[in-house]
Design a protein around this ligand. Structure first.
Ligand SMILES: Nc1ncnc2c1ncn2[C@@H]1O[C@H](COP(=O)(O)OP(=O)(O)OP(=O)(O)O)[C@@H](O)[C@H]1O
Length: 271
């Protein structure tokens, strides 16, 4: 799968005929199989709007221009029906707060099973066995028991593992993770980032990783795009950006990193 974002702008309709407020301006980006693209920027810079534009989940008041091409097909003009078939099947999404993606009234195994039955044509027993394999893959402890648990019975980290398993079930080619570890403590965060990293290489998955934290981006993304007030102020290999930031906002994001994280980054990012 190749994704090409071309000259993408997004505005929001304003009341009383005022001109739309542009929150994303002329974004270009590309992503191939087994690649990770980091989207980094401060709060309100447009990261989530960019992720939602790619997966076709912008609010109705949003107006998008440009192209979001998946293997050459522009997704922006697709209607709800065509887009919902691509979403889930070809593009998966992981959210910051896994509870929003989980159905509170449905057992974990059944939620993972939905994607397996709908998109991979599995029967009930086969879907249950595969759901267990997926829970093992995201290294949840006591996976067999978790199949029959409800989301509220799990910790935040376990819920996010389930969120990843649900997103993976239809074997998507592209995964979009919007602040997937922000709500979790650092050990769990590190483990989940490792799992995502492994999945990208195992499955030649393409990953768009959204974070306000350049440390998270640096762990996974070989290339990244720095958003500032809706514009891509810097884009390129993450190592280059860290070693030689060219925009004040990139420098500010590096300065925001804890000293210990900075010490693990390419040398010149430190000083
Ligand atoms: N539904 C909406 N209607 C109007 N404006 C919106 C809507 N959603 C987002 N915006 C605006 O778009 C801009 C970008 O928001 P976005 O959520 O993409 O930022 P972000 O970088 O993801 O921030 P955060 O890290 O806080 O989630 C903000 O100015 C926000 O107010």
């Amino acid at each position: 799968m190749r994704l090409a974002i071309r000259d993408l702008s997004v505005g929001f309709a304003q009341p009383r005929g005022a001109p739309p407020r542009e929150v994303l301006r002329r974004i270009d980006a590309e992503l191939g199989p087994g690649e990770v693209l980091g989207i980094v920027g401060e709060s309100g810079s447009g990261k989530s709007v960019l992720a939602l534009a790619v997966i076709g989940l912008l609010p109705r008041t949003a107006r998008a221009r440009g192209r979001v091409e998946m293997d050459g097909t522009d997704l922006l003009p697709l209607g709800d029906g065509a887009m919902s078939r691509i979403r889930g099947r070809r593009i998966g999404m992981i959210f910051q707060e896994p509870m929003t993606a989980l159905n509170p009234a449905m057992r974990v195994g059944a939620q993972i099973g939905e994607g397996l039955r709908l998109h991979r044509g599995m029967g009930r027993a086969e879907a249950r066995a595969e759901a267990l394999r997926l829970l093992d893959r995201v290294r949840i402890d006591r996976a067999a028991e978790r199949l029959d648990a409800f989301p509220h019975e799990l910790s935040g980290g376990q819920r996010q593992r389930v969120g990843i398993a649900i997103a993976l079930a239809p074997e998507p080619e592209l995964l979009i993770a919007d602040e997937p570890t922000t709500a979790l403590d650092v050990t769990v965060q590190a483990e989940l980032l490792d799992i995502l990293d492994e999945l990208v290489s195992e499955r030649a998955l393409s990953l768009i990783l959204v974070s306000h934290d350049l440390g998270v981006i640096a762990r996974l993304a070989e290339r990244c795009l720095v958003l500032w007030r809706g514009a891509a102020v810097e884009t390129g290999p993450t190592a280059r950006l860290l070693a030689d930031p060219r925009h004040d906002h990139t420098r500010a994001l590096i300065d925001a990193l804890p000293r210990r994280t900075r010490a693990t980054l390419p040398r010149s990012a430190d000083g």
